[in-house]
Design a protein around this ligand. Structure first.
Ligand code: 2NL
Length: 339
């Protein structure tokens, strides 16, 4: 290439032989120029073309050499890229939304910083009620002149209260989200996740409650042999209230939901207390409803087999790699709850 470039400069450069020849044409007589001109121009043309051809040939040969000596393995796998995964809590929230959407429920959300009216008073838990103390509430310092104490919601019930206050029945909602209680041990974290469900309509009774929970649990645990046991229980915001146990069986030494070798408490539920309906500005003689609540973290543990709640919130990537889900996973049964 360097030699070729030297030849080009020698012939066609400023001092090149052909350039010199072209210059001599200036001193020629018209007859001489007519005779020599085409020959000189023709010479320049041929030399220019010859150099360009040679250059192209040299470049092609260089490429051939490169292709013959350098190897590129197209079958090698690409460099792995760091891939995130969906946290089991998010996965279960998506599954809940899908299952309840099939049943005609929409997802309601609300603030995590609440006032004591929405979190307690409207739910028939007055100032002195022991349930307030039982909730281990995180309170904010009192603001001067504030009418209502501010707190971190201890359940997602205030979302349902807000829905009843602002929307006309019929209401069919679930309220999943973060909740907070000042509690920390092997089975409690100060922040945890809850889902509550609420139905307000005419003529609603406990049969609707039990069918809805049974249908939900069958779809969620992907088993038909789900057996429910409702035990009378007390919640200030329900009348009557019922604790819901689900039958489990032992498979390969592990407890799995389904069958009825034993009972496990998974939900709290009940008919919405008439005082709660009235507190939200609705007439309890016209509107009835049922509600339920349960821990999402616990649902995830039961379905996917984790045994330590605290690992949910440690942010250990190895745990997420093991228990996390692909972002492309379909959240629930393709057949829906009717299949
Ligand atoms: C439990 C109990 C429950 C509710 C939550 C509720 C909400 C409204 C009105 C009436 Cl707005 N009830 N929610 C009812 C019964 C039980 O949760 O053990 N949760 C973990």
């Amino acid at each position: 290439m360097a030699a070729l470039e030297a030849e080009r400069v020698a012939a066609l450069g400023k001092q090149g032989t052909i350039t010199q020849l072209l210059k001599t044409m200036g001193q020629m007589s018209p007859e001489q120029r007519q005779a020599e001109g085409p020959r000189i121009h023709g010479l320049r043309e041929r030399v220019t073309t010859a150099i360009a051809d040679r250059k192209a040939a040299l470049e092609a040969a260089a490429l051939e050499r490169k292709l013959a000596t350098e190897t590129l393995d197209m079958t090698l796998p690409a460099e792995p890229r760091l891939q995130g995964s969906v946290h089991p809590v998010s996965q279960v929230m998506d599954e809940l939304a899908e299952i309840f959407a099939d049943l005609g429920f929409s997802v309601a959300t609300g603030p995590e910083i609440e006032d004591d009216w929405h979190n307690f008073t409207a739910l028939n838990i007055p100032e002195s009620h022991p349930a307030r103390a039982m909730h281990d509430t995180f309170y904010f310092p009192d603001e001067d002149g504030a009418e209502r104490k501010m707190l971190l919601r201890t359940h997602t019930s205030p979302v349902q209260i807000r829905t009843m206050v602002t929307q006309k029945p019929p209401i069919y909602i679930i309220a999943p989200g973060r909740t907070y209680r000042s509690d920390s041990d092997a089975t409690h974290t100060p922040m945890f996740h809850q889902v509550e469900g609420l139905v307000i309509d005419r003529g609603i009774h406990m049969g609707h409650l039990k069918w809805t929970l049974e249908t939900f649990l069958k779809a969620f645990f992907e088993r038909d042999d789900i057996v429910l046991r409702l035990r009378p229980s007390y919640f200030p915001f329900t009348e009557p209230g019922a604790e819901v146990d689900v039958g489990f069986s032992i498979e390969k030494g592990k407890r799995v939901i389904g069958g009825s070798e034993g009972w496990m408490e998974v939900l709290g539920s009940g008919m919405v207390h008439p005082k709660v309906i009235a507190a939200c500005g609705l007439d309890p003689d016209e509107w009835q409803g049922f509600a339920f609540g349960c821990g999402i973290d616990r649902l995830a543990m039961l379905k996917y087999g984790m045994d330590d709640l605290r690992a949910f919130f440690d942010g250990d990537l190895r745990w997420l790699k093991h228990y996390g889900f692909s972002a492309l996973d379909v959240p629930t049964l393709s057949g829906g709850v009717g299949a």
